[in-house]
Design a protein around this ligand. Structure first.
Ligand code: AMP
Length: 126
């Protein structure tokens, strides 16, 4: 995998405690915190603590423990926000952006969990 991780990205700084964040949940390998510019009433970012740039990087190189911990944290966030349809919630959307075409702003893998309102079509066609 030819990814190069930039340790000056803003989420790396959050993980090092250099800038504050609004933490929702922290585990051994994962941090979940509120997006600074929320696009829905609930907008939580779930990130691995390890140095992974994007979804495919994480899936290819993270340990089993990191991958399991990340996804269990996602499940917990869906439960905590009340969004999980499995818990009687009204649903949510998980989004991850990668690279130029994905319009990824922060080059540290993150999953957006958005909930609390109807989220419209998956993509705008243009
Ligand atoms: P992406 O375009 O998928 O890379 O999304 C990056 C997200 O990070 C955007 O939704 C930003 O609002 C969010 N963001 C940027 N800086 C911060 C920060 N300091 N704390 C929380 N969220 C942030």
């Amino acid at each position: 995998m030819a990814y190069t991780y930039d340790d000056q990205n803003i989420f790396a700084k959050i993980l090092r405690g250099e800038i504050p964040n609004d933490t929702v949940l922290e585990t051994e390998h994962t941090l979940a915190f509120r997006d600074i510019a929320p696009k829905a009433p609930e907008h939580v970012l779930v990130i691995p603590k390890g140095a992974y740039v994007a979804l495919d990087h994480f899936c290819a190189e993270a340990s089993d423990a990191e991958i399991v911990d990340f996804h269990r944290t996602v499940a917990e966030i869906c439960k905590m926000t009340g969004a999980s349809p499995g818990e009687g919630g009204e649903g949510y959307r998980g989004i991850t952006n990668a690279g130029e075409n994905g319009v990824q702003e922060v080059p540290h893998y993150h999953l957006h969990i958005l909930a609390g309102r109807p989220l419209g079509p998956m993509l705008l066609m243009r």
